[in-house]
Write a new protein. Structure first.
Ligand code: ADP
Ligand code: 5GP
Length: 195
């Protein structure tokens, strides 16, 4: 089905690092070609093996990132694990023009900033079945060194605490069984109206 959802508001996906956000929305993109587009964020972190500049992120120096902040070029931005991440205004404008539903993968400080902006969005939180399973996924992905794993696990606790704030997220999905979690995500996104 290549049809976009009836609700065209941007979709904000958040959740601890390693919980499976990318796995879930990449499946959504594959199942619904041309219906969605990922908001390509700016980051100061280095590309992982297999990541491509301009596709996964715009990889920039700290100087370039701070320059864009000074020019008021971000819709939201935050620090995470010693790096900076942000959604540029330009990216949102370009993606919206494509006529697809824009999906943002951002952490909690970015979620708070989007909530305070004029952007009307749908907020989905992906939760792990347990911290132990989250840790094993994060390690199993093989992308992080020990220091990065520790920072991400510390941040995971903050994300999970924040997700308990009433009314912050429209939908919370526990990513235990992947097929089940994917179905829940797809059903929520494609429900006739977000009431
Ligand atoms: P995130 O984008 O949230 O950081 P990823 O999508 O990269 O997380 O997933 C982290 C790791 O967990 C990957 O190796 C992925 O294959 C694996 N994974 C994702 N969802 C599940 C699941 N439901 N069960 C088991 N492993 C999973
Ligand atoms: P990663 O380094 O694993 O790609 O991303 C680390 C964290 O940064 C994830 O929680 C991800 O959601 C978040 N993130 C990625 N891009 C952005 C962004 O543009 N803004 C904010 N606030 N967070 C982001």
């Amino acid at each position: 089905m290549a049809t976009p959802p009836t609700d065209r508001r941007p979709i904000i996906i958040s959740g601890p690092s390693g919980v499976g956000k990318g796995t879930l929305y990449n499946r959504l993109f594959a199942q619904h070609p041309d219906a969605f587009c990922l908001s390509v964020s700016h980051t100061t972190r280095s590309p992982r093996v297999g990541e491509t500049d301009g596709v996964d992120y715009h990889y920039v120096t700290m100087e370039a990132f701070e320059d864009l902040i000074a020019k008021d070029g971000f819709v939201e931005h935050a620090k995470f694990g010693g790096n900076r991440y942000g959604t540029s205004k330009m990216t949102i404008e370009e993606q919206t023009k494509k006529g697809r539903v824009v999906l943002l993968d951002i952490e909690m400080e970015g979620v708070k900033q989007i909530k305070q902006s004029s952007i009307a969005a749908r907020y989905i939180f992906i939760a792990p079945p347990s911290i132990e399973i989250l840790e094993s996924r994060l390690r199993g992905r093989g992308t992080e060194n020990e220091a990065s794993v520790q920072k991400r696990l510390t941040q995971a606790h903050n994300e999970l605490e924040f997700s308990k704030t009433p009314g912050v997220h429209d939908k919370i999905i526990v990513n235990d069984d992947l097929d089940k979690a994917y179905k829940e995500l797809e059903d929520y996104i494609y429900q006739p109206s977000d009431s």
